[in-house]
Design a binder for this molecule. Sequence first.
Ligand code: PBG
Length: 322
Amino acid sequence: MFPITRPRRLRRTAALREMVRETRLHPSNFIYPLFVRSGRGVKDEIRSMPGQFHFSPDTIVDEAGSAWEDGVRAVLLFGLPDQKDELGSEAWDDAGAVQTAVRELKRAHPDLLVLTDVCLCEYTSHGHCGVVHDGRVQNDPTLELLAKAALSHARAGADLVAPSDMMDGRVAAIRAALDGDGHDDVAILSYAAKYASAFYGPFREAAGSAPQFGDRRSYQMDPANADEALREVGLDLDEGADIVMVKPALAYLDVIRRVRDTFGVPVAAYNVSGEYAMLLAAAERGWIERERAILETLTSIRRAGASIVLTYHAREAARLIR
Ligand code: PBG
């Protein structure tokens, strides 16, 4: 007890603080999300996400190369289709923007880890993550389409596929499709506990994926639930997920911790577009210090138990901690 015990002794100098630091950030734990569309020479800034861009397959190769120089080892691709339709059929087009970008990225940067988001919402005219029939998102007919999309990504050379749709049974369907085509080494990072969140707003503008009617509450999770997150994660692991994700990150740090403690598998957390946009907006007004806030945010997500952080800050953070 005080005055014998004085926690401040170990905070006296920078070297002491570093010596007893429990959580460290390293760029190898970051995944950098990128948006790709067809064309050449495209680099259009996304209005709702300053500093993030729409790329074409050639410019995304340059961006990933720069990210690699900064220390980032993994990217996650989201596609913007040329045409949307009722089923989202461009999602499994072997000549699609994502599939083309994967091939070009793996050719230019063979050691870079390339992940692909597997979902239909960017590709469907109604903006939902699955097949819509009678005004409802149908679970089972969607599984086959997600499996086709994941398989086309694997054939293009993706290292991991990341289903974000929240249909029941999709991990098993994707695992079976991959294994049936000889892609048993392609890993699945499942968006296992994905909440129906207000913090996806900027992304939906970036990806043009806002639902045209209703919302996603019949498939994404209720923000009030945490026990259910453990059930979701358990199911995805049983179906063959290699890494499980909690999304968003900041409002769900308790869920990250419980998943980590319960399952002891690699846990990823998605520092989503709304979290990114809030931080940047406040920093722009001089209300918070940008760089400190970025590092504190990412440290908190790692401290909560995430091994992997998906973040639009990946490049900047990697440079800050070099
Ligand atoms: C698609 C998807 C979304 C995000 C990742 N994949 C949006 C959504 O579910 O509406 C959000 C990413 C972000 O906000 O940064 N299903």
